[in-house]
Ligand binder design. Structure first.
Ligand code: MG
Length: 342
């Protein structure tokens, strides 16, 4: 077996404004697993506000002894070995988990959906994300958002209300908001929750910083809208502690260490009464296809990542009428695009 890794830079079509800053690109590492004539692909996405980067992913992969991976054994056994190599490194672990699922599905001739007991080929509504914009930027993004049935607005700037007003003047689709920890004042956050409920928002994602756990709990007690945890949750073991201050959770493969643990998180979130979003970082069609196989289990899917990129190196993930079509081919159901060179 051979495992190789290639750094790549995903370029945004438009600079992406969030409460945490502006980005023009996101680094990823594409992992390739070759054995028995079958090739599986995985991806680590590395947004700059998180601890991992290209070098840390390469370092983590160096710790891996491919001879310890028994591809004939259950994936859970291989993932347990990978997880024990070092703490953290959730995106690097996700890249390996995704590549293992792709390889195993391809070698058995079944899709990842079928591997986890779901039918292939279903279609799931995805939100379309609009970064913090001025009004002219908003109009352009609403043109791209036209096929989608639900919009996610990024908030967390001093102009939040103006952006909502500008949006509502131009669009009557259901919408939710993602504050990316941007509200640091509890009175302001409570006022915004009332205002957004009045305006018809569906939920508020990560309104306050992760460190403001107690304040988020109080906000939840009086917020008319559900609060969804994103940055406050990484892995399965985090779910119980956030259930006291959030109504739901955004599960992402780059946080959960991949498909297997994300699947267990969906099950556990349901068991303890949390709503589920299956989301993504800035990712190519490789990692988003992986997440799409779990999307039929979610209340909401937030998988538009590849559509925000100008140089997606993978083909085969299709969006139709604002819905992501869960790929039906073997493994993830995507392939390396022409000229990507992986
Ligand atoms: Mg978020």
């Amino acid at each position: 077996m051979k495992i190789s890794a290639t750094p790549f830079q995903l370029q945004f079509k438009h600079p992406f404004h969030l409460a945490t800053g502006v980005r023009t690109h996101t680094d990823i590492v594409v992992v390739k697993l070759e054995a028995e004539g079958v090739t599986g692909f995985g991806e680590a996405s590395l947004p700059p506000y998180l601890a991992e980067n290209t070098a840390s992913v390469m370092d983590f992969l160096m710790k891996l002894n491919p001879r310890r991976l028994d591809l004939k054994g259950p994936i859970s056994q291989q993932l347990a070995y990978i997880d024990a190599l070092a703490p953290g490194n959730t995106a690097a672990k996700a890249a390996l988990d995704i590549a293992l699922h792709d390889w195993t599905g391809k070698s058995k001739g079944i899709s990842v959906s079928e591997m986890i007991g779901l039918p292939s080929g279903s279609k799931v509504n995805s939100t379309f994300t609009i970064g913090i914009s001025d009004v002219s930027g908003l109009e352009e993004k609403l043109v791209q958002a036209a096929p989608f049935h639900m919009i996610k607005l990024k908030l967390g700037s001093p102009d939040d209300r103006a952006l909502i007003e500008a949006f509502l003047e131009r669009c009557d689709k259901p919408f939710c908001v993602d504050v990316n920890q941007g509200w640091k004042d509890k009175t302001f956050a409570a006022d915004m929750a009332d205002y957004l409920a009045e305006k018809g928002a569906l939920f508020i994602e990560q309104p306050m910083p992760v460190s403001m756990h107690a304040e988020t709990m109080r906000l939840r007690e009086r917020s008319p809208l559900p609060l969804i945890a994103d940055e406050s949750v990484q892995r399965l073991t985090d779910l119980q502690k956030i259930a006291e201050c959030f109504d739901g959770v955004n599960i992402k493969l780059m946080k959960s260490t991949g498909i297997a643990e994300a699947h267990r998180m969906v099950t556990e979130a349901r068991r303890i009464g949390l709503k589920v979003v299956v989301g993504c970082m800035a990712e190519s069609s490789c990692a988003v296809a992986a997440a799409s196989h779990l999307a039929p289990l979610a209340d909401w899917a937030d998988l538009d990542g590849p559509l925000l990129m100008r140089n997606d190196p993978f083909d085969g993930l299709v969006f139709e009428d604002g819905q992501v079509v869960v790929p039906g081919g073997a493994g993830l159901g995507v392939r390396v695009g022409d000229g990507a060179g992986f």
